[in-house]
Structure formats: structure tokens, C-alpha cells
Design a protein around this ligand. Structure first.
Ligand SMILES: *Cc1c(COP(=O)(O)O)cnc(C)c1O
Length: 462
């Protein structure tokens, strides 16, 4: 007999007829199961390995499980950054999830006025709420705030100049750089002032024939501190008005209520920006507002109408699911008293340190036990960040679990031990994401709400 390994592997048909393959076909379908069996056989052949039908089926089952697992899945955000862009920013309120569910699974009146039996506009579903919550005359909604800025610039400043203070020429991460955005939107950036000081006369000096508008950009993710001057918004607004130019304020995070009410640092609200004289204000839906990813422009009706008519609006428009989630989120703002209870972003930001500390103390013995001889665990104070460019300087007092690898008997801690520990937590069924600092793995517990789920999966670590 030949000892050629391929001949010692069963044929595809035989594996497909085997009892162990039946549940794979039942669960994933005949085509994916057949492909997985073929791929498993190819792997075995390449490795010159031997297997029977059951062995091939088991291998195919593992391949299918990995292949069919969702790519985007839930994680525990214990990074200490509440609005973490890479981890999906704001967690939606239950009301928002239900609202988007309701319209995603059935036809809806997205662009249809039911009472009249006539065509409607999708942004009508949130216009009234935004007027009520910000005082602005009108609103237009797009895919995100970057899109909102592009739409405003392209509509009002195509082929023209826009003066912006050098202190505000920001990069927001993920390739959103104000100078590049300006160029793509078809307008010319005129840099004025210096990084730390810009005066009203700098704006005055920059205004000429080709000036389309004046613009202020909220320096979201950094702060210029020390010897600084920025021109108050109302003064830029007055100058713009005297020259017949619109004044646009890119607020970034755009909060709808004053956070000081809950002891959080002040972040300018959209209403304040309007009151300070902005003709248009742009902001994100999934930062401090706590809603779905979207970009919102509010302001003067006449300007908002122009934005809505730009063909780019059609390319940047929001889908029905997120629009419903936004509407439901805005509705929660009608009752600010219960906002910290209903809106996860605010609930996490206002979580009492004592509450986080109590959670840390409950988890301490559980995590210690799960890590047996691998790491020591302690409870320590830390500071959370709001994230996504909101309030870059202010930090919120919080509590962390700090995990330090233990040296093996007679050995010493290797440099990679803490990274290995971090990788083990990321490999859990629901990955746990922390951060490494000073040779320890830190888990800021501010955003941990599913305590039972977190504790239950730790047994896998042993
Ligand atoms: C975050 C931010 C943006 C971009 O908003 P996205 O919703 O992420 O597109 C633009 N401008 C400012 C000032 C920001 O803070």
C-alpha cells in the first residue's frame, strides 16, 4: 500500500455524510459546511496529517465557528475613556435602541407625511426637538460632524476664503484635519493670528472680497494654556454681522444641557453658542449628546435651507435607524431630571466615585482568585477621561483595579508579562480592554455596569 498521506484522508462526500457533520450543515448551511470540510482537508494534506471523518468534521466545525462569529462584537471598555472613539463612542439609551429597532424591521414614514399622504423630509422628525433644545431656528442632520463641517463649508464657501485662527487648526484623529477638510470642501483656508494668541484685528485684517464666512473651531482634544488670547464668540459674531458674513461655530461635542448641574466641568452648550451669535453651529450626535453617530447643524433657517439643497446633503444624509435613535435620545432631554438615569453617557460620567469604589472592592477577591499565581491585584484611585475631544483637561475621579504580574518562583518578571496579561483579558469571550501603565494592567471600573457578566467569564483565565 502507498503511504501517500492524502490517501489516508477521507473523501469530502464521506465527511459530509458523517453524523458529526450533520449539526454543522443544520447550523450553517450545506455550502459553508462543504467549504469548511474542503478547507479542513486541504489543511490536513498540507500538514501531511492523518484524520478520520470525525476528526475532519471537528476541524471543519472549528473553522466554521471562527468564520461565522460576528466581527464586530461587544467589549468591556475599562480604558478609563468614557467616549472612546475606537470602542464606538456613546452607548445608546434603551429608548434609542427600541426606536431604531422599530423602524429598521418594518417600513416607516421616514420621508412621508402620513396625515397628508404626501412626501416629507427625513430631518422633520428631529427639527422640532432641536429647536426646542437649542433655541436655533432650524436644523439639518448628516452622517457625522465631519460631514456637517464639509457640508457647511461646501455650501457657503465654495471657491472662497475662510479665515480661521491658527490656535484652532485642529486634527481630531482619524485624518480629520481642518486644513485638509477645507481644501476638500473647495475653499481656501486663511490662517490668522498665532497658535496661542488671536485678536479681533486679525479677523478684521483677513476679511476681503473673497471671504465667505467667519469660523470658530472648538479646540476639542487639546487645550492651549498659559499666555493665550482667543476672541470671544460674540465679538466675532458682531464683526461677521457688520460685514454681512455668516459666523459658523464648529462646537465638536455640543452638549444640550449644562453639565455643571451634575458637578461636571462646564462644556459649552449649543444654546450658548447660538446665544453668542453663531449663525450655524455644528456638533456630533455620539459624543456628549449620547446618541447615535451623526452630525447636526443648527442655526438660521435661511442658511440651513441652503445646506439642505446642496446635493452633498443627499450623499451625507442619515439613515432611518440612526434618525429614530437620535429622535428618541433628544426626547430624553425633555426631562433633564431623569437624564443621568436614562442616558448611559451621562450615567457613566456622573457615576459616584463611592459607587465605583464599592464595585472595585467586590471584584477584588474575584479577580485575585481568578489570577491565582499570575498577578497581584489592588484597588487604586485613578482619573477617567470623557474622551472624543470633550473637556480635554478635566479628569473625573474614579477607581481602578491594578494588576501586576507576579514573578515565577526563583525568576523575575519578564518585560512582556504585563502585555501577556492584557492579551489574556482581551481573549475572553467578551474582550476586556484596559490600559498598561507603569508595568501594571489598569482597569478603570467607571464604565463597568455588567458586573455579573464580567465576573462570570474570569474562570476562563485559569
Ligand atoms: C469630533 C469633532 C469633529 C468630528 O466629528 P465626528 O462626529 O467625529 O465626525 C469635528 N470638529 C470638532 C471640533 C470635533 O470635536
Amino acid at each position: 500500500m502507498t503511504s501517500e498521506p492524502a490517501s489516508r484522508l477521507p473523501a469530502v462526500d464521506r465527511v459530509l455524510r458523517h453524523a458529526d457533520t450533520a449539526p454543522l450543515i443544520e447550523r450553517h448551511g450545506r455550502l459553508p459546511a462543504t467549504e469548511a470540510v474542503r478547507a479542513a482537508l486541504a489543511d490536513l494534506r498540507a500538514a501531511k496529517a492523518v484524520a478520520d471523518e470525525a476528526g475532519v468534521a471537528a476541524l471543519a466545525g472549528r473553522r466554521l465557528a471562527a468564520e461565522m462569529a460576528p466581527s464586530q462584537r461587544r467589549v468591556f471598555n475599562l480604558t478609563g475613556t468614557v467616549l472612546h472613539t475606537n470602542l464606538g463612542r456613546a452607548v445608546l439609551a434603551r429608548e434609542a435602541l427600541e426606536a431604531s429597532d422599530a423602524v429598521l424591521g418594518a417600513p416607516s414614514n421616514l420621508e412621508y407625511v402620513v396625515e397628508k399622504g404626501a412626501r416629507g423630509e427625513r430631518d422633520d422628525h428631529v427639527r422640532g426637538w432641536l429647536h426646542k433644545l437649542t433655541g436655533a431656528e432650524d436644523a439639518v442632520i448628516v452622517n457625522n460632524n465631519a460631514a456637517a463641517v464639509v457640508l457647511v463649508l461646501n455650501t457657503l464657501a465654495l471657491g472662497k476664503e475662510v479665515p480661521v485662527s491658527r490656535g484652532e487648526l485642529i486634527e481630531i484623529g482619524g485624518a480629520f484635519r481642518m486644513p485638509d477638510i477645507m481644501a476638500r470642501a473647495g475653499c481656501t483656508l486663511v490662517e490668522i493670528g498665532t497658535t496661542n494668541r488671536t485678536h479681533l484685528r486679525d479677523y478684521e485684517g483677513a476679511i476681503g472680497e473673497k471671504t465667505a464666512m467667519l469660523m470658530k473651531v472648538h479646540p476639542s482634544n487639546y487645550a492651549v494654556v498659559g499666555f493665550t488670547t482667543a476672541v470671544p464668540e460674540n465679538e466675532i459674531a458682531a464683526l461677521a454681522r457688520s460685514k454681512g458674513l455668516p459666523f459658523v461655530n464648529d462646537l465638536g461635542s455640543g452638549q444640550l444641557v449644562d453639565l455643571e448641574r451634575w458637578g461636571l466641568p462646564h462644556e459649552p452648550t449649543v444654546r450658548e453658542a447660538i446665544e453668542q451669535g453663531a449663525d450655524l453651529v455644528t456638533f456630533s450626535g455620539d459624543k456628549l449628546l449620547g446618541g447615535p453617530q451623526c452630525g447636526i447643524v443648527v442655526g438660521k433657517s435661511e442658511l440651513v435651507r441652503k445646506l439642505a439643497k446642496n446635493p452633498l446633503k443627499r450623499a451625507l444624509r442619515l439613515d432611518k435607524g440612526r434618525l429614530a435613535a437620535l429622535e428618541a435620545t433628544l426626547r430624553l432631554y425633555a426631562d433633564p431630571d431623569r437624564l443621568p438615569e436614562k442616558l448611559p453617557t451621562l450615567r457613566l460620567l456622573t457615576r459616584a466615585t463611592a459607587d465605583i469604589e464599592a464595585l472595585a472592592k467586590r471584584l477584588l477577591p474575584i479577580v485575585t482568585n481568578a489570577l491565582a499565581n499570575h498577578a497581584t491585584v489592588s484597588v487604586e484611585p485613578c482619573r477617567s477621561q470623557i474622551g472624543s475631544g470633550s473637556l480635554p483637561v478635566d479628569r473625573l475621579a474614579s477607581v481602578a483595579l491594578s494588576l501586576t504580574p507576579i514573578a515565577p518562583p526563583g525568576g523575575k518578571i519578564s518585560g512582556g508579562a504585563v502585555d501577556k496579561l492584557a492579551a489574556a483579558f482581551r481573549a475572553l469571550p467578551v474582550p476586556v480592554i484596559g490600559h498598561v501603565q507603569d508595568g501594571a494592567l489598569k482597569f478603570d471600573l467607571r464604565c463597568l455596569e455588567d458586573e455579573a457578566g464580567f465576573a462570570a467569564q474570569l474562570s476562563v483565565l485559569k
